[in-house]
Design a protein around this ligand. Structure first.
Ligand code: FES
Length: 108
């Protein structure tokens, strides 16, 4: 069992028994909107998540993430939710300001 905590959505916690799913799929399957402009294909960075805790529990970076990182579009503390699997334990993440939806109530 793994757990995703989204800090600025009221510390919403999501449990999952499936470590093969991408983080964004687990979030969506639990009824939470998360931006994904390219359709989760690793082409846009709008699914970017800020990793506050648990970075070591994530899958290795994909070629798409490495490319965005080399272009300066993905900071060391950021991962693409559509490219990343949570392999063990937990992560605490945050939605970055440019990728917030107007219809969701974000917290600090
Ligand atoms: S949804 Fe476009 S890179 Fe993840």
């Amino acid at each position: 069992m793994v757990q995703i905590c989204i800090q600025n959505l009221g510390n919403r916690r999501i449990d999952s028994a499936d470590t093969s799913r991408k983080v964004i799929e687990i979030i969506h399957e639990n009824g939470i909107d998360w931006m994904h402009s390219c359709g989760k294909k690793g082409r846009c960075t709008t699914c970017k998540m800020l990793i506050l805790e648990g970075r070591e529990n994530l899958s290795l970076e994909t070629p798409q993430e490495l490319q965005f990182r080399s272009l300066g579009r993905l900071a060391p503390s950021e991962r693409l939710a559509c490219q990343t699997q949570l392999l063990k334990k937990s992560i605490t993440i945050k939605v970055l300001d440019p990728y917030k939806f107007p219809h969701l109530m974000y917290t600090k």
